[in-house]
Ligand binder design. Sequence first.
Ligand SMILES: Cc1ncc(COP(=O)(O)O)c(C=O)c1O
Length: 398
Amino acid sequence: MSNTEPVYYFDSNATTRVAPEVVAAMLPLLTEQWGNPSSAYRFGHQVGGLLETAREQVAALINADPREIIFTSCGTESSNAALQSALTTQPGKRHIVMTAVEHSANIKYGQLLEKRGCEVTRLPVDSLGELDVHLLHESIRPDTAIVSVMTANNETGVIFPIEEIAAICRSKGVPFHTDAVQAPGKLKLDVRAWGVDFLSLSAHKLHAPKGIGLLYARRGMPFQPFVVGGGQEQGRRAGTENTAYIVAFGCAAQRAQESLTRDVPRIRVLRDRLEAGILSSISGVTRNGAKEPRLANTSNLSFADCEAEAVLLLLDRAGICASSGSACTTGSLAPSHVLTAMGRTPTQALGAVRFSLCQYSTDAEVNYLLAKLPDLIKTLRGSIPTAQRPAVQSAAST
Ligand SMILES: Cc1ncc(COP(=O)(O)O)c(C=O)c1O
């Protein structure tokens, strides 16, 4: 697709456009203020000052103390680091509790830990993608090192009761981590009110560049670094800081906070119009996940008698970006582990398309999608048998 072709973007849970203000904030760090923040001279100190301002900005987004922020390379690293730290600081504890619908950042790390002799309990969800907190309570054992539950699911947008879960973990004396990667700018985040011990974020979901994330580690929480080497981040994450991206993250965090009141109500109206429009104009469509509590920007819909990958291919030809929850494993499509955990059949799961909006989404984009989709689905349903449809490539679930 050339740069001049319009893009109708409905994949904001995968990544977001970098905001022009964010680009403007980070550019001086690439052109003029390129010093190393750890250097002993003023040229380095000045950059160090910008880094600390960004730390204050991201801390404000989650109501943390800036000293509780550890910059990392991404959300995946942050979540891996939290789990790893809990295990190494409590050597006698080898059990982890998470949900069956976590992002692969947690699911795959859990599988790796199992190979290293840990035990992982994966809590089921119901058909709406919701968790039974009583079951979570029951699953915590004396040897549980950490509980990890995402704030909101990336595929369905379903929001989990983090404050309630944190209280259970606290009552049992077990550290609690939440993967909040999908939440900023969509939900108010408050680590103090919630009482969480660790929280992961990734900047590219809030209109900043890819490749920068953070881990909130509550003060007083024992912490063992995941990446070791230099003394950066107060010895909690080695490696020269990605200064430009950290400054970008700070700017994006400020914008995300403003977005809560400025953009979220409009995004919700737009998402609801999109969803209602599809449900009323196309037969055989079902929503995956609870209607509420759900992120205001996300809609996950299964189209009967259609493969999501074929839908996405035709949408792509019309300039529309959306995604499926399926992951390409060894050349064949596997149904989403999230939808499977919710009891969807493989066929229903393979027919699921996720539409996710952001502050740049417009009425015109939604109108365009609603105009294109019914005919597209009709074409697919009346078309060649599944086996003869064109081969499509799939991206892993993000
Ligand atoms: C819920 C969730 N957790 C973690 C991640 C991983 O974040 P990153 O790409 O920064 O590693 C994603 C990315 O899609 C996500 O949606």
